[in-house]
Design a binder for this molecule. Structure first.
Ligand code: ADP
Ligand code: MG
Length: 714
């Protein structure tokens, strides 16, 4: 009987295998069919021809036409990687790089990280066999530091160029130079041995781009020409074309069904509340179809998600079939793909997204768009030197992109949560980020690439001279630049190497001297994520009490250290009783819930922590702790964040010393009540007040002592 059992078992196994194969085949067919039906599929040949003919090509096409997922595959199939070079595709956003790479790996039926991969800051899923590499534009800029001619790429596609992020703009300038340098090197000497270029490059890695760009330096190196493709969802290609000397533009015809645009009669007082009401109105009164709501950040998304579920619980069973999925940049990557999964049958999917869903990722199935008309954006005041995140109205172009998301697969509806008269007052297009952010980071990177004349750099749109000068000054004060504005050695070079804001890089370098690098690593990681503490509206008091158990009278930085350490303790404890990752993870989650800590953010912070730790150890810094000596740690924070110091005024507000601005302590700060005489802070948030967040109390006398370059004379 046992052999019979085995036989029948074998049979069913065979059947199972067959079934699996059939499923796989069906999936392949389904994917092939989907790919074929995309608007870009009909112009594959033409695009490939144009890329062959032109070294620079601009590809314009509506969101969802297949640019990001298909074009790299077209080029791969047309043999653009036969020379062993890769196709690099840059995205302004991390989520897009990850989700698109996953999708394309699926379409190619390969494992992610092999032929198709992605790389973002703190997360590299590529290998030597990767030929289609999705990455953030910031990451490619970093690669240029190590490989100034970007020699591993045969094609670079700058995607979402219409977003005009500061990294995209800088990248365009760099790529222009790199392309020129590579074509010069070719005309100087024909390729004899294509294999040696990588080695040659490693040899010249430490040299600066400008030296490399001189024809003399290029003579010995053999490079293939670099093909450059600029992709944009905005129909206006003129700016890009002009910047690249009249480069050719190809238009991909989109497919768009009519979208009904509805406005409110009155301006909304509370746009979150209005969003919630509108979502339910659609759910209860409109036909089937998924809903996409645009919010400004993780915090808003999480609070709306909770509110939706709270309200659903009060509805009759048959009305409760709603599935919510968040999507925003700092969402852990395994959760990001959830947005693309269809809802279970009979359920309506409600996607809660930041403006990532505007053009960067296309989620199928959407019929309704809810658009409060707001976006979180960087804003910079070159007079005060202060950058802040503010919530501002979208541009007309953004509003149109958003409504377009409702009409991809059939007619749809877009609910704009503001009166029609307000639409007319929106600016036509978004101001490029380079005109509204602090450029210290950009300037540092350009300097590290050997580009010394920042004001003369060929930007597509020049940032104001004042902003550049202010950034140079800031870098000088941080010790990254010498008196004559050259990158300082070693501090400037070290700072450029760390993938962080210059001020945080400096904090880590200083912490090495102050022997509190362990604490500073935690602070920098925790500050790199949004909202560690979680404050549900309905449990405010409990949340406050929980937070109190971590709080330090010294302020928020020490408090963050306490949270991190407590979570590490919880991890250690569960590791002692089990080795199952899943259980450990579950225990940590439970701990987070009990302590009102945002587990997603904490996990992200832990990831960042281990990555930065790797970087600083590689740089030869030693990760030591100051133990209980918080004085030492606070002095270090002062030495690092002296540009953000503020003194209390008689009326209880503060005066930021560098800018002279009046600021207030954010209610979420540990120091909100105690209001110490002098503080350093990390962040300025502008709502109806100028709020500062993430503070530590300091002794004002430390400022002239620890930052004499700035405070000595006063
Ligand atoms: P574009 O870059 O022109 O905006 P994409 O190449 O991003 O267009 O998208 C093409 C198609 O692929 C869209 O129909 C989109 O719905 C689909 N798609 C993209 N990513 C995914 C994914 N992760 N899962 C399922 N479908 C996806
Ligand atoms: Mg795209």
């Amino acid at each position: 009987p046992s052999s019979q059992n085995q036989q029948s078992g074998g049979k069913s196994q065979q059947q199972q295998q067959q079934q699996q194969q059939q499923q796989l085949l069906a999936k392949k067919r389904w994917i092939a069919q989907q790919r074929k039906s995309l608007p870009i599929a009909s112009v594959e040949r033409r695009i490939v021809d144009e890329v062959r003919k032109n070294d620079i090509l601009i590809v314009v096409g509506e969101t969802g036409s297949g640019k990001t997922t298909q074009l790299p595959q077209f080029l791969f199939n047309a043999g653009f990687c036969q020379n062993g070079k890769a196709i690099g595709v840059t995205q302004p956003r991390r989520v897009a790089a990850i989700t698109v790479a996953k999708r394309v790996a699926e379409e190619c039926n390969v494992e992610l990280g092999q032929k198709v991969g992605y790389a973002i800051r703190f997360d590299d899923v590529t290998s030597s066999s990767t030929r289609i590499k999705y990455m953030t534009d910031g990451l490619l800029l970093r690669e240029a530091l190590l490989d100034p001619l970007l020699s591993r790429y045969g094609v670079i596609i700058v995607d979402e160029a219409h977003e005009r992020t500061v990294h995209t703009d800088v990248l365009l300038g760099i790529l222009k130079k790199v392309q020129k340098a590579r074509s010069q090197s070719i005309s100087k000497e024909p390729i004899k041995n294509a294999n040696i270029d990588i080695d040659m490059l490693n040899e010249v890695n430490h040299q600066r781009l400008n030296t490399l760009l001189s024809p003399k330096a290029c003579q010995n190196t053999k490079f293939l020409p670099l093909k450059l493709i600029i992709m944009s969802a905005s129909l206006d290609a003129k700016g890009f074309s002009e910047y690249f000397g009249g480069a050719k533009a190809v238009y991909v015809q989109g497919r768009q069904y009519p979208v009904d645009i509805l406005y409110t009669y009155q301006p909304e007082q509370d746009y979150l509340d209005a969003t919630l009401i509108t979502i339910f109105q659609i759910h209860l009164e409109e036909g089937p179809g998924d809903i996409l709501a645009f919010l400004t950040g993780q915090e808003e998304i999480e609070s709306i998600e909770k509110l939706i579920h709270g309200r659903l619980d009060k509805l009759p069973d048959d009305k409760r079939k709603v599935m919510t999925v968040p999507i925003y940049s700092s969402l852990p990557s395994e959760q990001q793909m959830n947005a693309f999964k269809p809802a279970p049958s009979g359920f309506r999917k409600v996607i809660l997204a930041t403006n990532i869903a505007e053009t960067s990722v296309t989620i199928p199935g959407i019929r309704y768009v809810v658009d409060p008309g707001l976006v979180k954006a960087r804003s910079y005041n070159p007079v005060t030197g202060m950058e802040s995140l503010i919530i501002i109205p979208t541009s007309k172009a953004q509003a149109q992109q958003r409504s377009g998301r409702a009409g991809r697969e059939g007619p749809g509806k877009c609910f704009r949560l503001y009166p029609e008269s307000e639409f007319g007052m929106l600016s036509d297009s978004t101001i490029p980020e380079i005109k509204r952010c602090n450029l210290a980071n950009v300037v540092l990177q350009l300097k590290a690439l050997g580009i010394d004349d920042i004001i003369g750099f060929d930007f597509m749109e020049k940032p104001s001279r004042m902003t550049i000068v202010k950034s140079l000054e800031q870098l000088f004060l941080l010790g990254a630049l010498t008196d004559d504005y050259k990158l300082s050695d070693p501090i400037g070079h070290q700072m450029a190497r760390l993938p962080l804001d210059p001020i945080y890089s400096k904090a880590l370098i200083l912490a090495n001297e102050f022997k509190c690098l362990e604490e500073m690593l935690i602070v920098v990681s925790m500050l790199s994520v949004e909202s560690i503490f979680y404050f549900p509206r309905e449990k405010m008091e409990e949340a406050r009490a929980a937070r109190k158990s971590f709080s330090s009278p010294d302020g928020d930085h020490v408090t963050l250290v306490n949270v991190y350490r407590a979570s590490a303790e919880c991890l250690d404890k569960s590791k002692m009783v089990t080795s199952k990752d899943k259980t450990i993870e579950k225990n940590l989650k439970k701990w987070c819930i009990e302590n009102f800590i945002n587990s997603r953010s904490l996990r992200h912070a832990r990831d960042i922590h281990s990555q930065i730790q790797g970087h600083v150890q590689h740089m030869g810094l030693s990760v030591t702790s100051c133990g209980d000596d918080m004085l030492q740690f606070r002095r270090c924070l002062t030495a690092a964040f002296f540009l953000n110091a503020a003194m209390k005024q008689p009326d209880g507000t503060y005066r930021a010393l560098a800018s002279g601005q009046t600021v207030q302590i954010h209610p979420s700060s540990m120091l909100f009540r105690s209001k110490p005489e002098c503080i350093v802070f990390n962040e300025l948030v502008r709502t109806n007040h100028n709020y500062v967040r993430n503070l530590t109390r300091i002794d004002p006398l430390w400022l002239p002592e620890l930052a004499p370059q700035y405070y000595a004379s006063s």
